[in-house]
Design a protein around this ligand. Sequence first.
Ligand code: FAD
Length: 272
Amino acid sequence: MYTTRPAAFDYHRPTSVDEAVALLSQLDDARPLAGGHSLLPAMKLRWSTPSALVDIGRIPGLDAIEADGDGLRIGALATHASVAASELVASRAPALADAAAMIGDRQVRNRGTIGGSLAHSDPGADYPTVVAALGARIAIAGSGGTRDVAAAGFFTGLFATALQPGELVTAVRVPAVPGSAYVKHKHPASGYAVVGAAAAVTADGTKLVIGGVTGVPVDVPVGPASPDGIPAAVRGALTNVIGDTYASAEYRTHLATVLARRALAKASGRAG
Ligand code: FAD
């Protein structure tokens, strides 16, 4: 049966991370609710039928964007709009600001959160590609305590992450990479990335990550390759490329080679 109404669920609104984590561990089949821009559409289509929602949206302080040494600490509830508008993000990790400003439309950017986007791990989402390129770490709280996971190991598959049931993303810690950039080819209706490319240029080397093509962000070893060698490096790194009604696997691969060069050029320009 087709429906646009979610199945019945209980609703809880904790006021602290500890309370949220306790609820998630006590309740059967409970899910955190943040901006609701991915979860609620899935519930309305009954792709997702949690018995309870734990609305973390009013937990004080979880939306803070602050300096963390030379880098950044971005709270899980920071909206895409606030990441896009943050001068701290623009100066320390401009690839994140690039991504945030290009997500969906104004409504989505005003409600959607960085923690929700990372936890959802949509193959067309923008942040996963960027946090992987920047070498960020995802801070997690659960009933067993807190831990943090390197972004590169956090995304484990299509809509799958290293989060255990009942765990919450609480923040993202991002090192300062002023020489970083993100570019994407948008789906014209939703804005999701058909393909995205993030590049980070530091004194230690260059990192290139491609998103939207296989379900998880893909690291492309660029080494000292000249710009002419980039397309071959990208093609070599991409396997099991998604082909769907938006773009064939061949077209996605081609886009990835083009966007890789653009992201690297933009990041190098910013690195000075
Ligand atoms: P929710 O919808 O509340 O939650 C999503 C999932 O994450 C749920 O499973 C929820 O239980 C879980 N969750 C939420 N927060 C946490 C947490 N802190 N810890 C653990 N689990 C958590 N995204 C892009 O990247 N690029 C786009 O161009 C884009 N375009 C969009 C266009 C439209 C029309 C729409 C509706 C969405 C679009 N999105 C896009 C997705 C948008 O960015 C979502 O807001 C985001 O993916 C999910 O964030 P949220 O805060 O809304 O999470």
